[in-house]
Design a binder for this molecule. Structure first.
Ligand code: HEM
Length: 328
């Protein structure tokens, strides 16, 4: 074979290898290709059915994925129910309003019929989040490599420590993301997940009703928007009332979150905090363009979905039979 042909072949093989493997060769594209060939189809079918019935499911599954990955990595530790003597992540205050667990259970049950003891709950969470957001577009909006194993440990204290607070300032947010290997572009793009979904009045009421204890509003919050929020939430805040995170665009995954943010019309103090840094504020302006935002979001969420993954069965990892409890 001629040297040029050999070099072309080597490059081709390297390209194929690099496009199928990531994370030091741990997760793979189509990891279950042989053992559960219909996996991605099954996850998509159930997820799309649920989002089709109720559009708010997309935000729930996306948030569930984030809250799983930020604590002990993407290992489905968030799905474990508390048992006597161990209060799991679910019990931590920032997870109090997380939901969507029963959809993951339903997907898992179906997959246990199709290919028992094969697919991890952690992979289901990552795929379902992708498919839930993708429903609106009719095609997959980012790539999810698979091969995650399920963790065996889940601690409420770690969730309380690692999940960012709605009151966090920019320095804290940047640090909490850096702790997970995510940079400022990731922080901005992933915050753009707040383009869908809702927040309970309690998590932003202080910005509207009593920012410094004198009945004032947060000066970083647009006055006309503050008035709208006052009419939506009662004071003291009613825990059952929710408001869309992205004004008038609760179900559309688009870049309007950044348009609102740049007009000081973001809901959470942690969103508004992104404008307090010059570099972050510049990125927020660039992300008003949907294509710029979406191309970074796809890269960042793929990165997020690979935080601290367990890829071997053993002391740390297993394929859970039931996503809510470790195997006996
Ligand atoms: C940057 C730090 C972040 C903070 C401080 C934060 C905080 C919050 C808070 C306080 C809520 C409302 C919860 C409630 O009402 O109880 C919320 C909702 C939500 N968050 Fe975040 N979040 C952050 C980043 C992210 C990321 C990275 C994602 C996903 C990639 C995400 C996805 C969502 C979604 C989709 C909702 C709406 C959930 C629903 O409607 O059920 N958030 N977030």
């Amino acid at each position: 074979m001629r040297p040029r042909t050999v070099s072309v072949l080597v490059s081709l093989l390297l390209f194929i290898a690099s496009s199928n493997v990531c994370n030091g060769g741990k997760l793979k594209k189509d990891f279950y290709g042989k053992d559960c060939p219909r996996l991605e189809e099954t996850v998509r079918q159930i997820t799309w059915e649920k989002v089709g019935e109720n559009r708010s499911v997309a935000a729930k599954l996306l948030r569930l994925h984030f809250h799983d990955c930020f604590v002990r990595g993407c290992d489905a530790s968030l799905l474990l129910d508390s048992v006597e003597g161990n209060s799991t992540e679910k019990k931590a205050i920032p997870n109090g309003s997380v939901s969507g667990y029963e959809i993951i259970d339903e997907i898992k049950a179906k997959l246990e019929e199709e290919c028992p003891n094969t697919v991890s709950c952690a992979d289901i969470v990552a795929l379902a989040a992708r498919d839930a957001v993708s429903y609106q577009f009719g095609r997959s909006m980012w790539q999810v490599f698979t091969g995650r194993k399920d963790g065996k440990v889940s601690l409420a204290t770690e969730a309380a420590r690692d999940l960012p607070s709605a009151f966090a300032n920019y320095t804290t947010l940047k640090q909490q993301f850096a702790n997970k290997g995510l940079n400022v572009f990731d922080l901005l793009a992933l915050s753009g997940a707040h383009t869908i979904g809702v927040a309970r009045c309690g998590v932003f009421a202080r910005r509207v009703f009593n920012f410094t204890g004198k009945g004032d509003k947060d000066p970083a919050l647009d006055s006309s928007y503050a008035k709208v929020l006052k009419t939506k939430c009662s004071n003291p805040p009613n825990p059952n009332i929710t408001v869309e995170l992205d004004r008038n665009s609760e179900f559309r995954f688009d870049s309007h979150y950044f348009v609102a943010l740049n007009r000081n019309q973001s809901l959470l103090a942690s969103d508004a905090a992104l404008l307090t840094d010059r570099n972050a504020a510049r990125i927020a302006r660039d992300f008003e363009n949907f294509f710029v935002f979406m191309s970074q979001f796809s890269r960042s969420i793929k990165k997020m979905s690979e935080i601290g993954v367990i890829t071997r069965v053993g002391d740390k990892g297993e394929i859970r039979k039931n996503c809510r409890k470790v195997n006996a």
